[in-house]
Design a binder for this molecule. Structure first.
Ligand SMILES: *[C@@H]1O[C@H](CO)[C@@H](O)[C@H](O)[C@H]1NC(C)=O
Ligand SMILES: [Fe+2]
Length: 434
């Protein structure tokens, strides 16, 4: 063919694609297949990292070999490890499944915004991680309900293209759904990203895996995805908080008690009483089941938790609430008690990571006044906090495998508004209540 003819044809097809630009929603993709891993039993598998108190990082991995050491060697140049840290290990059994040895080793103190090279258990490849910055700007990648399908892979590939410091995951990780081997394949799938940047997760319904009269639930999740709950004064891995670069992040549990008399509620009050908005002007909260949701899926499931905790979060001037569960994307105006309120939080549902259950396509109509943007597509979010007053939120749809930006908004902090001062009395009253 003539080059000019090819060129004309190309133009024609591009024009045709634009002419029929109506967005065609992609179909669910198959669960990925994982080849049998033939590495030696002492090789580290499923390496992931998480923040563990100021300037520390927890390195987690699994070995088939029960005698493999829980040691991490690390340093700032490849192949030379100036520091060594000794950790702990655990394991669990679930019906006929026995887990490998699950290692958790805290390293530090670490310098902010620095690349470290590390090796787990004196075996296998070298990994590298970057610590978050000590000051703004800081960028969070956010997505829930990941699973392990072709769409999960597409979402992770897109996240990998963005410059981010920390991954926030508001629940529903592996979709193992009682088949424990799937926790292992999920660990392998996320390792390239989760070994390089901290993954801060909270639990969803798919983490529960409870069998009546047999277990209490969350066995696998708690053993594998240990979060800094002790470091943040919590008695449960199901809720905790951490601070990074001027941002206080609270991870709550939708599937543990949250009423006024619960441990979680009392821990939350205690945690909020320690937040210093001079030091951390931004306050984020994550949990699994959305409170503001105009999708037909999971309608009203968050109502009880909202009734119990929204007054407290409102009094504390929470900036943004991120949740998952509904397999779609939705962003609200600042809202409180069901009504737009300049001192309320922006609520974002981002349960569109790409799991095997597919998208939640049906919405309630008309779109509620508080709902700004809603769409049932797979994708991920990015929250770039520029400084103490401004943050940029964007949602990236996995459209034709391109990370297309589909929704974006500048959010200004409540710390820079009158809200914080106006509500200080209200907050003190709730925090002082027995
Ligand atoms: C904060 O960032 C925004 C957006 O980049 C910018 O317009 C504003 O001037 C910054 N404020 C300060 C105090 O630097
Ligand atoms: Fe869920």
């Amino acid at each position: 063919m003539q080059p000019t003819l090819v060129f004309t044809l190309c133009l024609f097809f591009i024009a045709a694609a634009f002419a029929t630009a109506d967005y065609v929603r992609p179909q669910p993709r198959k669960t990925l297949e994982f080849p049998w891993n033939s590495k030696p039993a002492s090789y580290p598998q499923q390496v992931h990292i998480s923040l563990a108190g100021d300037n520390h990082m927890r390195i987690s991995w699994i070995t088939d070999d029960k005698s493999a050491p829980s040691v991490v060697k690390y340093g700032t140049s490849p192949g030379t490890y100036s520091s060594t840290a000794q950790g702990e290990s655990t394991s669990y059994s679930y019906l006929f499944y026995n887990s490998g040895k699950i290692h958790h080793t805290v390293i530090g103190p670490l310098e902010p915004d620095t690349v470290y090279f590390y090796q787990c258990g004196n075996q296998g490849s070298e990994f590298q991680l970057k610590t978050p910055p000590a000051e703004f700007p800081v960028t969070f990648a956010v997505v829930g309900d990941l699973g392990q399908t072709g769409w999960t892979k597409s979402t992770l590939d897109h996240i990998d293209l963005c410059k981010y410091d920390i991954h926030l995951l508001p629940g529903d990780l592996s979709y193992a759904d009682y088949v424990q081997r799937r926790w292992d394949t999920f660990g392998e799938l996320v390792q390239p990203l989760a070994s390089a940047r901290p993954w801060m997760v909270t639990e969803g319904n798919h983490e529960k895996e409870r069998i009546l009269l047999f277990n209490d639930g969350f066995e696998s999740y708690n053993a594998r995805w240990k979060m800094p709950f002790k470091e943040s004064g919590s008695s449960s891995n199901l809720y905790y908080s951490f601070e990074v670069a001027g941002t206080h992040v609270i991870m709550l549990g939708s599937y543990t008690d949250y009423d006024m008399y619960s441990d979680q509620y009392n821990w939350l009050k205690d945690d909020l009483s320690k937040v210093d908005r001079e030091k951390t002007p931004w306050l984020l909260v994550l949990f699994h089941v959305p409170w503001y949701n105009s999708n037909e899926a999971h309608q009203g499931e968050g109502d009880w938790m909202m009734a119990a905790m929204e007054p407290l979060l409102h009094a504390a001037s929470v900036d943004v609430v991120l949740s998952g569960h509904v397999h779609a994307y939705e962003r609200s105006k600042r809202i409180n008690k069901g009504k737009p309120d300049p001192c309320g939080a922006v609520h974002i549902t981002i349960g569109d990571g790409g799991n095997k259950e597919g998208l939640a396509r049906k919405y309630k109509n008309p779109q509620p006044e508080w709902s700004v943007f809603r769409e049932a597509s797979f994708g991920h979010g990015e929250l770039k906090i520029a400084n103490s007053t401004h943050a940029f939120w964007s949602w990236h749809r996995n459209d034709d495998d391109e990370p297309i930006k589909s929704d974006e908004v500048w959010i200004t902090s409540l710390a820079s508004s009158r809200c914080l001062a106006e509500k200080s009395h209200e907050l003190r009253k709730i925090l002082m209540a027995p």
